[in-house]
Ligand binder design. Structure first.
Ligand code: NAI
Ligand code: ISE
Length: 335
């Protein structure tokens, strides 16, 4: 079966996902696109094979009979509306992170899915499909390093675009670290604190960069997340779990190490599209296969909700300088 996919928001990651749906993966075609920038939607649609409808808005795309499943790659604050509309239409929806930008919005999505009686939403937490993180999780689950005590995570972006506002360092960038910590340690976060080192002089005044976020978990393990969003040298994602009897950490992502003139070195990825290319491919292939088979898969609305609740607490901790407890509602049986 070929899944006809409609894409809402055809900016940077939307176009990258369209490329993989169209040229890399099997079992899909992009049948419709939309964007608030209608010129961009038309130009992306015109560049695709076959008949591609360019819709005026996301609601029209979702109810298009020629769309079997929806990809939401518009800006975070617009996700809730499109995810809710997809659930209402009974269509599977892949939503890029964050699921939604507030706890309340995520709760509305969870409630709608529970009322529908089946999982329809997959959230784009692609790190779960990265071979390195998977191997780390397997090592922990197999008991190779003993019970986890700490997870050190570093999230370094070379720079951020002009529309990047201050809260995004937490709810757009660190949301990945919070989410992968839950996946690796198989526990929930119970409190957050944020420390601010001296400001990076490369950062715009309206941004607080870097940050050090400390999370406590229900299992007693601690998580520290270093977020640097103007590090300049490249896109560098680091992670190490310290267990009672060993450690496991992500290897350098360079495919080769070059040694010459008394030195060795490798490539640092330019951005997330390069660093996580195989993870994005794997997450989308899994989603397409699940849609074709009429079943659900991947990070759920509950995972999206839990990650956003941690973001909310970290944002409050950033503003107040205090330790902020995190509490989740009761997990519905659906998840
Ligand atoms: P972008 O700004 O390049 O593209 C977003 C597009 O959505 C733009 O073309 C914009 O005009 C369109 N748009 C905004 N509001 C809309 C609306 N209401 N309806 C239809 N179109 C709308 O942003 P980017 O970087 O592509 O990010 C998009 C989403 O993907 C964000 O939620 C972001 O957090 C997520 N993302 C996830 C990544 C990952 O690693 N999983 C990487 C980059 C982005
Ligand atoms: C971007 O939206 C992503 O999701 C990337 O994975 C992340 O590294 C970056 O900081 C975000 O802005």
């Amino acid at each position: 079966m070929t899944v006809n996919v409609g894409v809402i928001g055809v900016g940077m990651i939307g176009q990258d996902h369209i490329r993989r749906l169209t040229r890399v993966l099997s079992g899909a075609r992009v049948s419709a696109v939309t964007d608030v920038d209608t010129g961009r939607a038309k130009s992306v649609g015109d560049g695709l094979p076959g008949e591609v409808r360019v819709h005026e808005n996301g609601q029209d795309l979702i109810t298009d009979d020629g769309v079997d499943a929806v990809v939401v790659t518009s800006w975070g604050p617009t996700h809730e509306e499109y995810v809710l509309a997809s659930i209402a239409a009974g269509k599977q929806v892949f939503c890029e992170k964050p699921l939604a930008t507030t706890r309340e919005a995520c709760e509305r999505i969870v409630d709608a899915e529970v009322a529908a009686g089946r999982r329809l939403v997959m959230v784009g937490f692609m790190r779960r499909y990265d071979a390195g993180y998977r191997a780390m999780r397997d090592a922990v689950a197999a008991g190779d390093i003993g019970a986890p005590l700490m997870f050190h995570s570093a999230h370094r972006n070379p720079s951020v675009p002009p529309h990047y506002v201050s809260d995004m360092i937490i709810n757009d960038t660190c949301v990945h670290d919070f989410e992968i910590a839950r996946f690796l340690l198989d526990t929930e976060v119970v409190a957050a604190r944020v420390l601010k080192p001296r400001q990076n002089s490369r950062a715009s005044d309206h941004l607080t960069d870097p940050l050090l976020i400390l999370l406590e978990t229900a299992s007693g393990a601690l998580i520290d997340v270093e977020a640097s969003i103007n590090i300049g040298y490249g896109y560098d994602i680091r992670g190490e779990i310290v267990g009672e009897s060993g450690t496991v950490e992500l290897a350098e992502s360079t495919p080769v190490v070059v040694k010459r003139d008394g030195r060795f070195g490798g490539r640092v990825p330019e951005d997330w599209r390069e660093r996580f290319v195989r993870a994005y491919d794997a997450e989308f292939q899994e989603w397409l296969d699940a849609v074709a088979a009429g079943r659900s898969t991947g990070p759920s609305s509950w995972d999206g909700y839990a990650a956003t609740v941690v973001c909310d607490a970290a944002l409050e901790a950033l503003r107040s300088g205090e330790r902020v407890p995190v509490s989740l509602r009761e997990k519905p049986d659906l998840y």
